[in-house]
Design a protein around this ligand. Structure first.
Ligand SMILES: Cc1cc2nc3c(=O)[nH]c(=O)nc-3n(C[C@H](O)[C@H](O)[C@H](O)COP(=O)(O)OP(=O)(O)OC[C@H]3O[C@@H](n4cnc5c(N)ncnc54)[C@H](O)[C@@H]3O)c2cc1C
Length: 451
C-alpha cells in the first residue's frame, strides 16, 4: 500500500484537555475547562469559531425560551449558564436582535462576524490555546484510551497529547477515527442540509407589515411558493423562515432544501454528497432570492449579501453514548436526576417539502450526562450536536443554546475528572449538575426570569 509522505517535523502540543472543533459546544467546553485552571488546546479547521452557527450561517440562537400557546405569553428564558453569558456578550456588542417570534416561541438573530469576535474574546481571556486552520486527522490511542489526536496544519503534522479529549466536531469525527461506536440518523437517513443566505436591500418595515412578525412565514407565502415550484422555478421547500437581522435592511433566509438529484437527503459525511450540497445550495439560493425579489413585498430591490461559508449541516454522525435521549423524552418534557442541560425547543424535523414542528409547551426537557459519554473508549467525552440522541430527538436537541450548555457541562466534567482522578464514565452526572449550578446554569431553579 502507498501512503502520502510529509517529511516535515511534527509539531508537538501537550495539554490537559484537547477540544476538537470550535462550534458553540467546543467554545463553551474549552472556555469552561480553562476557567477551572486546566491547560486547554482547541483545534478548529476554519480560521474562526462558530461552526454551524457561523460557517453554516444558521444565524439565530434558538433554545433559550419556553414555547407557549397562551395569548399573553412573553419570552420566558429557561436556559442560562454559558449560553446566557455568550448571548449577553453578543448583545453588549450590538450583535444580537431582541427575541423575535418563531411560531409559539422566540429566537434571537446574531451577527456572524460578532459571533466570531465574541468567541475570540472569551477563548483568549480564558487562556485557551487555539489552533485555527488545523484539521484533526486521527485519534491517538493507547489501547482503548484516547490520549490525544493527530492534526494537519500548514506547518506540518501536529501531535496533540491530552489527558481528556472532547469531540466537539459536530460529526463525532474523533469517536469514528478511534473506531468507537457511532450511528447516522434514522438508519442512515439524515435531515437535509440548507444553504442559508442573507438578503440585503430589503424594506424590512414593509416586509413585516405585509407578512407579520412571526419569522415562520405565513401560509400565503407558502402557497405562493407551491404555486410557482415546477413552473419555471425550483423552490422545493414551501415552509420557510425569514428573519430580520441586526442590520437595518437585511433578512436571514433559511429556506433552501438541499437534496440529491434522486430526491434523497444528502449526507455530508460523504465527499460527493457534501460537494453536491454546496453546488445545489448555491443554485437554490439564487432561485429563492430571485423569487423573493419578484414576488414578496419589501424585497423589490433585494440582493444577496452572502451565503454560509459552507452549506448548513443539521445532522451527520452521532456517538453512541451510555445514555441516549429518546424521541419520547422531548414531548414528555422528561427530567433526569443526572441531567446537565435543559431544552425547551420543539422537534423541528427537516425532511420532505415541509419541515415538521412538534411543540413542547410551557415546559422543558432535560438531557442526561450519559449522552456525552461514549459507550466505549476512555479519556474521551463528546459535546454538541453529535450527542447520543434518537433521530427526532436530535432535531430538537441540536440548537445553539443547548450546544453551548452541553459544552459548558462537558468542560466542567473534564475538570472534575482530572481533579478527582476518575474516568468520565465513573463521574456521576449529579456532580456535573452541581458544578453547573455553581457557575450560573440554574438547572435547579423552578422559577425563571422573564426577559
Ligand atoms: C441549516 C441550519 C439551520 C439551523 N438553524 C438554527 C437556528 O436558527 N438556531 C439555532 O440555534 N440553531 C440552528 N441550527 C443548529 C445549530 O446551528 C447547530 O446544531 C449548532 O451550531 C451545532 O453546534 P456544535 O458545536 O455541536 O457543532 P458545529 O457547529 O458543527 O461545530 C463543529 C466545529 O468543529 C469543526 N470541525 C469539524 N470537524 C473537524 C476536524 N476534523 N478538525 C477540526 N475541526 C473540525 C467545524 O469546523 C466546526 O467549527 C441550524 C443548523 C443548520 C444546519
Amino acid at each position: 500500500m502507498t501512503t502520502g509522505i510529509d517529511r516535515r517535523a511534527t509539531l508537538k502540543v501537550d495539554a490537559d484537555v484537547l477540544v476538537a472543533g470550535g462550534g458553540a459546544a467546543g467554545v463553551a467546553a474549552a472556555v469552561t475547562a480553562a476557567r477551572q485552571g486546566l491547560s486547554v488546546v482547541l483545534v478548529e479547521r476554519y480560521g474562526f469559531c462558530g461552526g454551524g452557527a457561523v460557517a453554516g450561517l444558521s444565524g439565530t440562537v434558538c433554545g433559550l425560551y419556553e414555547a407557549s400557546d397562551r395569548p399573553d405569553a412573553r419570552p420566558r428564558q429557561v436556559v442560562f449558564g454559558f449560553a446566557d453569558e455568550f448571548v449577553r456578550l453578543l448583545e453588549s456588542r450590538g450583535g444580537l436582535t431582541p427575541p423575535q417570534r418563531y411560531g409559539k416561541t422566540w429566537t434571537r438573530v446574531h451577527d456572524p462576524l460578532m459571533w466570531r469576535e465574541a468567541a475570540d474574546h472569551v477563548l483568549r481571556e480564558a487562556g485557551v490555546r487555539i489552533l485555527f486552520h488545523s484539521v484533526i486527522t486521527g485519534a491517538l490511542l493507547d489501547g482503548e484510551r484516547v490520549i490525544g489526536a493527530w492534526a494537519w496544519s500548514k506547518e506540518g503534522p501536529v501531535e496533540l497529547r491530552a489527558r481528556i479529549s472532547i469531540d466537539a466536531s459536530g460529526d463525532a469525527d474523533l469517536v469514528a477515527m478511534a473506531g468507537f461506536e457511532s450511528f447516522v440518523g434514522d438508519n442512515g437517513t439524515v435531515q437535509n442540509p440548507t444553504m442559508i443566505f442573507r438578503l440585503g436591500g430589503v424594506d424590512v418595515p414593509r416586509f413585516v407589515a405585509a407578512y407579520g412578525e412571526d419569522t415562520i412565514m405565513p401560509e400565503p407565502v407558502s402557497a405562493l411558493l407551491r404555486e410557482h415550484h415546477g413552473h419555471g422555478w425550483f423552490l422545493p421547500r414551501s415552509k420557510i423562515w425569514l428573519f430580520p437581522t441586526t442590520r437595518p435592511n437585511e433578512l436571514l433566509c433559511n429556506c433552501t432544501r438541499v437534496v440529491g438529484a434522486d430526491g434523497r437527503e444528502l449526507n455530508t459525511l460523504f465527499a460527493r454528497d457534501f460537494t453536491d450540497a454546496e453546488l445545489e445550495g448555491r443554485l437554490q439560493m439564487r432561485q429563492y432570492a430571485r423569487f423573493f425579489r419578484e414576488k414578496l413585498v419589501g424585497c423589490e430591490n433585494a440582493y444577496v449579501v452572502d451565503t454560509g461559508v459552507q452549506v448548513g449541516v443539521r445532522q451527520t454522525r452521532q456517538a453512541r453514548g451510555v445514555a441516549t435521549l429518546a424521541n419520547a423524552d422531548i414531548l414528555a418534557g422528561r427530567k433526569f436526576a443526572d441531567a446537565i442541560a435543559r431544552s425547551p425547543w420543539p422537534i423541528e424535523l427537516h425532511a420532505g417539502a415541509k419541515p415538521r414542528v412538534e411543540w413542547l409547551l410551557d415546559d422543558w426537557y432535560e438531557v442526561p450526562y450519559g449522552c456525552f459519554v461514549p459507550v466505549r473508549g476512555e479519556g474521551l467525552l463528546t459535546a454538541g450536536r453529535c450527542l447520543s440522541a434518537q433521530h427526532e430527538a436530535v432535531a430538537s436537541a441540536r440548537v445553539t443554546a443547548q450546544c453551548f450548555s452541553y459544552g459548558h457541562a462537558i468542560g466542567h466534567a473534564a475538570a472534575l475528572c482530572l481533579e478527582s482522578g476518575i474516568a468520565p464514565r465513573a463521574l456521576p452526572g449529579q456532580a456535573v449538575r452541581a458544578a453547573l449550578d455553581r457557575s450560573g446554569a440554574r438547572l435547579d431553579e423552578e422559577a425563571v426570569a422573564t426577559r
